[in-house]
Design a protein around this ligand. Structure first.
Ligand SMILES: [Zn+2]
Ligand SMILES: [Zn+2]
Length: 171
């Protein structure tokens, strides 16, 4: 493979993983996989969550791609590199920056702040129904997300924590 092909393959994996993360989070984790994802949405003092099992499963699939790729298919090996890169970015931002599992730094401005706010709004709903911001590296404007949460609450689609959508004066 040329370096251009390698670069495009890794890029395709990064973009593909953001789409896959959005889909898996919305339809698997908040769907039939809620049993594993649930404790990520509930307060606790444990170092590990059942939700971490998803990382184990995805990591195992990623490892299998390296093995198959090394034996039969160069492009798959590089695609696996892109997936690993996404995993590293994901855990640094999600587990590190947002949930402070291994470092504490609160961004005050810029896209990093937006990422944190968007994911915190994902955690604003109670239970598996409704919710916003299932993707990760691509974060929408928090104001738009708040408006969407409010609409979901009013339509009875989601249970939303009070602090997330303060609507003064409403019944
Ligand atoms: Zn979730
Ligand atoms: Zn989270």
């Amino acid at each position: 493979m040329t370096w251009l092909e390698v670069g495009l393959t890794v890029l395709a994996a990064l973009i593909g993983m953001e789409l896959f993360a959005w889909y898996a989070h919305k339809y698997i984790m908040h769907g039939w996989g809620w049993g594993w994802h649930r404790d990520h949405h509930e307060p606790h003092d444990n170092a590990l969550e059942k939700n971490d099992l998803f990382a184990v499963v995805f990591g195992t699939i990623n490892a299998a791609m390296y093995i198959y790729g090394a034996l039969y298919w160069d492009a798959l090996w590089w695609f696996a590199v892109g997936i690993t890169l996404y995993g590293v970015i994901y855990t640094l931002v999600h587990d590190g920056l947002v949930h402070q599992r291994y470092f504490k730094w609160v961004p005050k401005k810029g896209y990093a702040k937006r990422l944190v706010q968007a994911h915190k709004l994902h955690h604003a709903t109670i239970g598996k129904e409704g919710g916003v911001s299932f993707g990760f590296v691509f974060a929408r404007d928090p104001q738009v997300l708040k408006a969407e949460l409010k609409a979901q609450k009013e339509a009875g689609i989601a249970k939303v924590r009070e602090s997330a959508t303060p609507d003064r004066g409403a019944a």
